[in-house]
Ligand binder design. Structure first.
Ligand SMILES: [Zn+2]
Length: 137
């Protein structure tokens, strides 16, 4: 189900709580909403659709990925500065991102996986995981 984009800064500033199997429906809504906004958005966190759970969805090159309870367990390489925007608020901002990250997360079967990402995909994941901590660009 496509949901409305949340632009309430107070809500978006709250840290998200752990997602469980009961929250898979929100992961699907998040994906539907991301796909609906594909022309202007490459990733979303669940609080952007008003759900305070640790779920993110993003495009990894050409395929969509949903992660439950993602966390960055390792950073590689240098930090670089990049100009990012966000569907939940106006304007763009300069932020620092790592070139490469290792992420631990659960998939839709709640199986724990570890994957390494670099470049633009790593940048998107860092942005979305920041949302889960209530951190906005
Ligand atoms: Zn954002």
């Amino acid at each position: 189900m496509i949901r409305k984009i949340c632009r309430d800064n107070n809500f978006l500033s709250l840290p998200s709580t752990n997602a469980t199997r009961d929250d898979i429906v929100y992961g699907r809504d998040l994906l539907d909403t991301l796909m609906d906004n594909a022309s202007s958005c490459v990733g979303m966190a669940a609080n952007m659709i008003g759900v305070n759970k640790a779920i993110i969805a993003f495009i990894d090159e050409n395929k969509y990925v949903v992660m439950y309870n993602p966390r960055i367990i390792r950073y590689y390489g240098k930090k670089y500065s990049v100009y990012e925007g966000c569907l939940s608020h106006e304007g763009k901002k300069n932020v620092e991102r790592y070139e490469k990250i290792q992420v631990q997360f659960q998939n839709e079967d709640f199986k724990v996986l570890v994957k390494t990402y670099s470049g633009f995909t790593a940048e998107i994941i860092q942005h979305e995981i920041d949302h889960l901590f209530g951190k906005l660009i």
